[in-house]
Design a protein around this ligand. Sequence first.
Ligand code: PEP
Ligand code: MG
Length: 966
Amino acid sequence: MLNLTATDVRMNVQATNKDEALSLLAKILSEDGLATADYLAGLQAREAQTSTYLGQGIAIPHGTPESRSCVQQTGVRLVHFADGVVWNDDGERAYLLVGICAKSDEHLSILRQLTRTLGDDVADDIKNAKTPEQIITIINGDKAHGKTSFVVHENLLKTEVVANDIDELYGVAVNVLKNQGKITGVVGIRPAFVQLSSHLGCVTLEHDELVAEPALALVVAKKALAWQDKTVQALAVIADNRHTDKQALAGVYDVLLNDEFNAKLTALSVGELAEWLGAERAVHWQSASVVLLNAHGLHARPATALSELAKGATGELKVAVDNGAYVSAKSLTKLLSLGATRGQSLTFIAEPNTDATEYLPKLIQAVQDGLGEEVTPISHSQASNQKSGKENHEPAPVLDLTGNTVITKGERTHATSASAGLAHGEAFVVRQVRFDYPVQGGDKASEWASLQQAIGAVKDELKVIVQTAKKASIAQIFTAHVALLDDEEVTHGAKDGIDDGLSAAAAWHAHIEQLAKTQASLANRLLAERAADLRDVGQKVLAKLTGQVVATEPDEPYVLIKEDLLPSDVARLDPARVAGILTAVGGASSHSAIVARALGIPAIVGAGKGVLDINDGEQVLIDGGQGWFVVAPTDEMVAVAKAEQASWAERKRLASETALNPAITQDGHQVEIAVNLGNVHDTKMAVENGAEAVGLLRTELVFMSHQSVPDIDTQVADYTQVFDALDGRPLVVRTLDVGGDKPLPYLPMPFEDNPFLGVRGIRLTLRQPALLENQLIALIKASKGRDLRIMFPMIGRLEEWHDAKAILDKVLTDHPHDKLQVGMMIEVPSAAVMADVFASEVDFFSIGTNDLTQYALAIDRGHATLSKDADGLHPSVLRLIQNTVANAHAHGKWVGVCGELAGDERAIPILVGLGVDELSMSTGSIALTKAVVRELNFTDCQYLAKKALACTSAGEVRALTTAKES
Ligand code: PEP
Ligand code: MG
């Protein structure tokens, strides 16, 4: 720490340029007896050699070695320029000069100290500082808390790395850091390289969440790699966060910048590198590798055999797949998590000086013998595939622990109903495309030209799609794809690969994969999903380059079969051509299911990987409401289905004729039918389709339609559209429900291991009260006294309700509203269980069955394989609903259901029977739900609900009620 006092700092000094600032500094140094007036010439000479601007608004002027004779006393003076002074040719402004008077090299230790400050992102603090004390606090790095460290370890150093370009080398370094647990991922496109010497480049990964432990990875390639107009053979990647021990890091830099080290660098062994860097040395574990032969990979049975064998050793045994991270070979779950597939190499390592080393040959033998399963050796063609010069893009077989769905032709196979309706058509299975192309390129100029040509041709095709798209959402998606192909980062990145001798296709594929992987590793799910777009355009260009035809959709309406669907996949579907959707994974409340419902496309999800083996062109019949499908149905089945489809269409038509009538049961019990909206423009259409209210306005989706947080006026304009279209009908607005799987791109959130259990919903807005206050003000202003109902999402504890209510009460003092109801979502089981307590304080409850089910059953609603079991008709969820309704009614309060269950035809009689007062759903379900309610008898529903509460599984409940939708 620098030993500074307030008298060493001068605040609010003014200078119009750098020369003037240096003169003022020299004057201060001289007045304080640190240097003679001639020191100014030394300061100026130093700046003429190179600017002393450090970053973060700090410059460190100091004299040249020749001017040391002017130094009378070693010391430092800090000069603060509130308006800043332009300090270098890039126009960067220095707000703080750390003027150094040093008789020898003391400025180096000051520099180290300041690198700590620089890591703290203090530019604004420095600029806005008002007192010497504030400056001293910042400079001493007191902003950083906690223990600091910086790991330099032999196992983070690699030599002889095979890499074709600098990005590959970077990828190796990132993997080294990941495998050793130093980072959990990387953010965005790779940070800029800084060249430290003629051999060595450096990249800093700075992130407080993704960097688990600050560390250095140093990777040395086998050959020099082209980088811009230079070459680089080694790369230092520094994982940096606020806990970095800057002193240790400065020590590492000293080595990395050392001329002698750099002269030898490319010839040094890992041990020698470790010695230079003073790295911790690895204890060498004996290792042995073997190829896995089991047809279905290391699934539960062989993994159990392996872990049982490994447990015999008292010493540690670890295993890794290919070059991945090591996990304990004794842990079944860890072994399964490896996802090892046939043909991959398992490397075992044994703890030194223990009996574990004796187990290595036993483990190798056991794997070779098939771990209890019959195995066949890998054929020569399979083994030589990688060496053939053709890339093998066959997707790796996926370890399926739940077992595949057995599909028998002509018979019904059941899966999760996601969107009601019948569909019949040819199967169109979207599989990963396999492209064949040579890895080595020919003439570089023509490889580059053919890549440009392919990109241009794809762009032209995309532009046609944009122009002819009937839906704005589709046009937006493909406009974004055109923009990707206009981005030089995307298009020119492949040039390095071509320059290194790769073919255009190989260079393009490697580059797009690298970009997509980086993108996919983002903590923000929305941004991570954009990796799919990169791969999408990447494939289109690859198809053009290789002349391969990517399977085109059948002309007739078809059944789309895919592993899973992203919301963006569904959004770009043309409902006129896609008769139905069948996916291998996913659940009813996954976003893709919600979008499929919104588009009115019948869909079944979570049907197992077996659906991907259905042949293209095979006839498929699906019943999205009942949740079954038939491959190769008989003519009779199709005829029956078509008849049912006709009657289903007729039912829908009839229902739509009476959509504007109320939903009153045969015995006179009325249920309010409302709409869920995520888009303010859809309100009018919902009202025309029978919506009696908006039961849930998902305002986070409204926020997502803006590029940045909408201000009060923008929000007022949005909400006014809804109020106007509602024409006096009530509006239930949910305050911002960000987090979980709904991050807001412009509201950066720290990485969380369990975002659904983290800062989401009310937990987030209570931490950003201004956001909530502005939203409440905008709502009240937009309502102009009309029927407004505000509810808070994700309330789990009474304190949260009180805190949210206090913010609203504060807003209401300045913006009163006398027609306002205030309620809360019931999405967290604790709130449902304590509904008696909450009921005495709220005006209403709205039950979010999507989250309530997820939390009650502990199943991630978006989980690829589990979410099909997150059924809101599970008796546990029904009991929570029953408790909520009973307590609300006891206090004279009303209850709505706004989760997906509200529009589920089989759930409607049960929810009505439980006494739910309002059902809120997507526009497409309103007319039919109203028709269903009109056919019901409330007393029968109450009896049915009782029976459902006594059931022991969701299946039993569903069996009580038969859907009539198809
Ligand atoms: C719910 O959880 O049921 C709900 C309606 O909220 P969302 O689906 O937006 O999380
Ligand atoms: Mg919810």
